[in-house]
Design a protein around this ligand. Structure first.
Ligand SMILES: Cc1ncc(COP(=O)(O)O)c(C=O)c1O
Length: 462
C-alpha cells in the first residue's frame, strides 16, 4: 500500500465513521476497530483499499450468483440507463424490460405461478406478500384469517412485518416487535434438537415438528390462520435443511386447514439449491413466493412476489384497484439487469452446474475434509450452500458454551487469510458465486481448514 492509498483509506474510514450507520452493526465498536473499505470485485474475489484480495465465499449476502464483474450485466444496466432511466407502472404504463422480465420469470417459476409483482428488496417483497395474503382472504370473504405463522430461526427481513415474521428473537426487542398477529412454530433443526426431542432421526423430527404446526393451527382455530411462511432452507438462521418428508407433511397440513403457503425464496431462489427455486427442490406447493438477491445477482436492488393460481386469479380478477405499489416497482434499469442476468444464467447453464457439477464437487470436498474433524459435528449442504457446525463434543451433539464465540473466532481466522465465510452461532457457512471453479473451491476448503484447525487448537487452550 502506498501513501496515497493509505491516506485515502484513512479518509474513507473517517467520513464513514462520522456519518454512516451500518446495518446489523455495533457502530461504536466498528468505529473503534476501523472499517474495511471494499473498492472493487471480479469473479469470486473482492479487493479492499489496502490492495488485499479476498475470496467471497458468501456471494456478498448470498446474492451474486453470476459472480462479480460480469460485463453483460453492466452493459444491460448502462443501456437501460441511457434509454429509460426511470418510469413507473402506476399510470396504465409498462416498459419493455419489466414486461419481458415478468414473462421470463413466469417460464421459470413453479407451475401456476403466472403473475408477479415487483419491489426492491427481500423485506419489501415479504411485507407485500403478507398484505396480499390479507387481501386474498378479504376477497374470499374470510376476513378472520389474519394470523401469520412462521418458524423459529427464520429470517425474513427487517420491515415491521418482515421482522415480525422472522423467528430470530434478537431482532425484536429494540423495536417492540413482533406486531400482534404473528405466531411462531418450531423448525426441524436436527443438530440442535436433542434437548427438546431426544435421540430422534431427522425424519422423525420432521414429522414431530410438522405436528406442532397442525397443533398450533388447531389451537388458534384454522378460521383465524391466514398463512404459513418459511424459507425452503433456513439461511441466516443457520443454513438448516428440511428432513425428508417434512415438506410433504407441511403441504398436507396447510391444504387440510386452508392455510396459504408462502415460501421465502430470497436466498433459495435462482438456483442456490440446484433447481431454479427451493420450492422445486423440496416439492413445496406455495401459494405465494418471494424472491430477490439472485434475481439480478445483486447487481441491482430488485425483488418480486409471485402468485400461485388461486391468489393470482383472485387478485387479477378482483375488478378493483390494488391499492399497493412502490415508486421503484419494476424499475426499468433493475429489470433490464435482472433480465440479462437470467439470460446469462440460462445460457451458461449455471443452475444445472450447481446441481450436477460444481455443487456436488464442493459438497464432496467439504465432507471429505471436515466430517472427521474433532470439532466438526456436522457438514450439511446442497448445491452451492453449505454449513459446517462447530461443536464441543460431536459424539454427544454438544455445542460450545457461550454460543457464537467459537464461530466468531473461526470467522476472524478466515477473514485474516482472505476468505469470507460467515459464522452463524458456531456454524461456518458458505454460499459462493455459481461461477466458482474447482480450484477456487480448493482455496476455500484449504483456508477454512486452516481456520478450523487454528480454532480447535485455541479452544483447547481456552
Ligand atoms: C430469506 C430472506 N428473506 C428476506 C431477506 C431480506 O431481504 P433484504 O435484505 O433484501 O430486505 C433476506 C436477506 O438476507 C433473506 O435471507
Amino acid at each position: 500500500m502506498n501513501t496515497r492509498e493509505h491516506n485515502l483509506t484513512k479518509h474513507w474510514q473517517a467520513i464513514d465513521a462520522a456519518h454512516h450507520i451500518h446495518p446489523f452493526t455495533d457502530t461504536a465498536a466498528l468505529n473503534k476497530e476501523g472499517v474495511r473499505v471494499i473498492t472493487r470485485a471480479d469473479g469470486v474475489y473482492l479487493w479492499d483499499s489496502n490492495g488485499e484480495k479476498i475470496l467471497d465465499g458468501m456471494s456478498g449476502l448470498w446474492c451474486v450468483q453470476a459472480g462479480y464483474g460480469n460485463r453483460e450485466l453492466a452493459d444491460a444496466g448502462y443501456e437501460a440507463l441511457k434509454t429509460l432511466p426511470y418510469y413507473n407502472h402506476f399510470f396504465k404504463t409498462t416498459n419493455p424490460y419489466t414486461a419481458e422480465l415478468a414473462d421470463k420469470m413466469a417460464k421459470l417459476l413453479p407451475e401456476g405461478h403466472e403473475r408477479v409483482l415487483f419491489a426492491s428488496s427481500g423485506s419489501e417483497a415479504n411485507d407485500s406478500a403478507l398484505k396480499l395474503i390479507r387481501y386474498y382472504w378479504n376477497l374470499k370473504k374470510k376476513p378472520h384469517k389474519k394470523i401469520h405463522l412462521s418458524r423459529e430461526l427464520a429470517y425474513h427481513g427487517v420491515t415491521m412485518a418482515a421482522a415480525s415474521l422472522s423467528g430470530l428473537t434478537p431482532m425484536h426487542p429494540q423495536f417492540d416487535l413482533p406486531l400482534p398477529g404473528f405466531e411462531k412454530v418450531p423448525t426441524p433443526y436436527w443438530y440442535g434438537s436433542k434437548e427438546a426431542y431426544g435421540d430422534v432421526t431427522p425424519e422423525e423430527l420432521g414429522r414431530k415438528v410438522a405436528e406442532q404446526l397442525e397443533k398450533k393451527i388447531l389451537e388458534l382455530g384454522a378460521d383465524n390462520v391466514a398463512s404459513f411462511s418459511a424459507e425452503p432452507v433456513h439461511g441466516a438462521g443457520g443454513v438448516i435443511f428440511p428432513p425428508p418428508g417434512y415438506w410433504e407433511e407441511i403441504n398436507r397440513i396447510c391444504k387440510k386447514h386452508d392455510v396459504l403457503i408462502h415460501t421465502d425464496e430470497v436466498i433459495t431462489g435462482f438456483g442456490r439449491t440446484g433447481e431454479w427455486f427451493g420450492s422445486l427442490t423440496y416439492g413445496i406447493k406455495p401459494d405465494i413466493m418471494t424472491m430477490a438477491k439472485g434475481l439480478s445477482s445483486g447487481y441491482q436492488p430488485i425483488s418480486a412476489i409471485s402468485l400461485g393460481e388461486r391468489m393470482g386469479d383472485a387478485i387479477a380478477n378482483a375488478n378493483e384497484e390494488l391499492v399497493h405499489g412502490y415508486t421503484y416497482s419494476g424499475h426499468p434499469v433493475a429489470s433490464a439487469v435482472a433480465l440479462k442476468n437470467l439470460e446469462v444464467m440460462e445460457r451458461e447453464k449455471m443452475v444445472p452446474n450447481v446441481k450436477s457439477g460444481i455443487g456436488p464437487y464442493m459438497q464432496r470436498r467439504l465432507r471429505e475434509t471436515f466430517e472427521g474433524h474433532p470439532i466438526v459435528g456436522e457438514v450439511r449442504g446442497i448445491g452451492l450452500i453449505a454449513a459446517i457446525e462447530l461443536v464441543a463434543d460431536k459424539g454427544k451433539r454438544e455445542f460450545f458454551p457461550n454460543i457464537g464465540d467459537v464461530g466468531t473466532h473461526c470467522r476472524n481466522y478466515c477473514f485474516g487469510s482472505g476468505l469470507i465465510s460467515r459464522a452463524i452461532r458456531d456454524t461456518m457457512v458458505l454460499a459462493p458465486p455459481f461461477i466458482v471453479s474447482e480450484s477456487e473451491v480448493e482455496e476455500i476448503v484449504a483456508k477454512l481448514k486452516a481456520a478450523i484447525d487454528n480454532t480447535a487448537r485455541d479452544y483447547k487452550k481456552m
